[in-house]
Design a protein around this ligand. Structure first.
Ligand code: LCS
Length: 393
């Protein structure tokens, strides 16, 4: 079905879905590692790129392609590249766009391993990285060097909820000939469309909102430009961090309800944020839907809604946070985010443990920070659970 001119909700359900000989309503799982060529010439033509046939699942597979086409339409991009995980997407993008002697400017608050892999691994191959608070555009300008190739931002950032101006970054990237990469995991294309704001590459951990059901790990990359796409696709295939057909089937199912899941989770999140904001044991709260968020106006400008992620600190610091985490029962004490179930976790000792204490503090990932991912349960139950946990402190 041609879906390019249809609405976002229609695309969620139909984009990328192709008709097979049986009239299947969903894309089946093509659980095969390899594909038979019609003849020797066809095999040679497939390898030479002269024929569209499938070759080998690491290179391409109908179930995976369906998801790649689906997400490309949702992000208004040229095409998608599905990966084994969000980190697979991030590492592939770094590998494709950086090399010995090149430099990347990145948000200082990003998912821990997205920073860790640059500091601990890409550095061994001569890639330099600077981490700055990208919410302040001047910091980016100051960090750019003659060998800077990539500007990488995560907005809202994990776990500080800092927001970076994507359109302003696109302007800087254009001036300095950089490729702007945006990790859109916290918003999903339902709330934020980085490519429309001028980014070159958008990526996701689809483990989170896009799949939404805490049952698979995966990643995806979408580009605007076909040449950048080819470079990244090449790296994905050669590194071998492809998504598999079953993951693709699962995410094609999960993504269909993205909009209604986010709408419900966001509605819940606003009520949870208001409850926490007025609670006497809360020291501070960061939620982009509240005017107290330092980039509230920017969030309103570049996001369709504030989403369902928030972070907060308790008056008793880390010890109080630990008490809360040990005394909630509905909210799962677990990493990950963006699923239908409410999750709570402590970034300093969990998701961002890979970042040094000094760098964590500089990025605003304080020891008292508790991250909360609001699910789609009845909000009264989520609030009662938090109230119970807070009463124990
Ligand atoms: N980008 C962001 C913003 C993330 O939050 C994560 C994972 C990734 C990329 C990596 O994706 P993965 O390889 O896990 O699919 N964030 C996690 C978190 O906050 N808790 O557990 C994983």
């Amino acid at each position: 079905m041609k879906t390019e001119n249809l609405g976002f909700n229609t695309k969620l359900i139909h984009a990328g879905v192709f008709e097979d000989e049986f009239g299947s309503a969903t894309v089946p799982i093509y659980q095969t590692s390899t594909f038979k060529f019609k003849n020797a010439q066809h095999g040679a033509d497939c390898f030479a790129g002269k024929s569209d046939g499938y070759i080998y699942t690491r290179i391409g597979n109908p179930t995976i392609r369906a998801f790649e086409k689906n997400i490309a339409e949702l992000e208004n991009g040229f095409d998608g590249i599905a990966t084994s995980s969000g980190m697979g997407a991030i590492s592939t993008v770094y590998m494709a766009l950086l090399g010995a002697g090149s430099h990347i400017v990145s948000s200082d608050a990003v998912y821990g391993p997205a920073r860790g892999v640059l500091e601990q691994d890409f550095s061994r191959f001569g890639v330099e990285a600077s981490f700055v608070n990208t919410s302040n555009i001047e910091n980016i300008e100051k960090a750019i060097k003659s060998n800077t190739k990539v500007l990488y931002i995560e907005t809202p950032a994990n776990p500080t909820m800092d927001i970076t101006d994507i359109a302003a970054c696109a302007e800087i990237a254009k001036q300095h000939n950089l490729i702007l990469v945006v990790d859109n995991t916290f918003s999903s294309p339902y709330l934020q469309k980085p490519l429309d704001l001028g980014a070159d590459v958008v990526l996701h951990s689809i483990t989170k909102f896009i799949n939404g059901h805490a049952d698979i790990v995966g990643g995806v990359i979408v580009t605007k430009n076909p040449d950048i796409y080819k470079k990244i696709r090449h790296c994905m295939v050669y590194l071998g961090c492809n998504m598999d057909p079953t993951q693709s089937f699962m995410v094609l199912r999960g993504v269909k309800t993205l909009a209604i899941r986010i709408e419900r989770a966001q509605e819940n999140a606003m009520k949870v944020a208001k409850f926490l904001q007025s609670h006497p044991k809360i020291e501070w709260l960061r939620y982009p839907g509240l005017e107290t968020h330092p980039q509230y106006e920017l969030a309103k400008k570049q996001m369709k809604g504030p989403g369902s992620m928030m972070s907060f600190g308790l008056k008793g610091g880390f010890e109080a946070g630990k008490k809360l985490m040990d005394n909630v029962h509905l909210a799962l004490l677990a990493v990950s985010l963006g699923g239908v179930e409410t999750l709570i976790q402590h970034p300093a000792s969990m998701t961002h443990a890979a970042v040094s204490k000094e760098n964590k503090l500089a990025a605003g990932i304080t020891d008292d920070l508790v991250r909360f991912s609001v699910g789609i349960e009845d909000v009264e139950d989520i609030i009662a659970d938090l109230k119970h946990g807070l009463d124990k402190i």
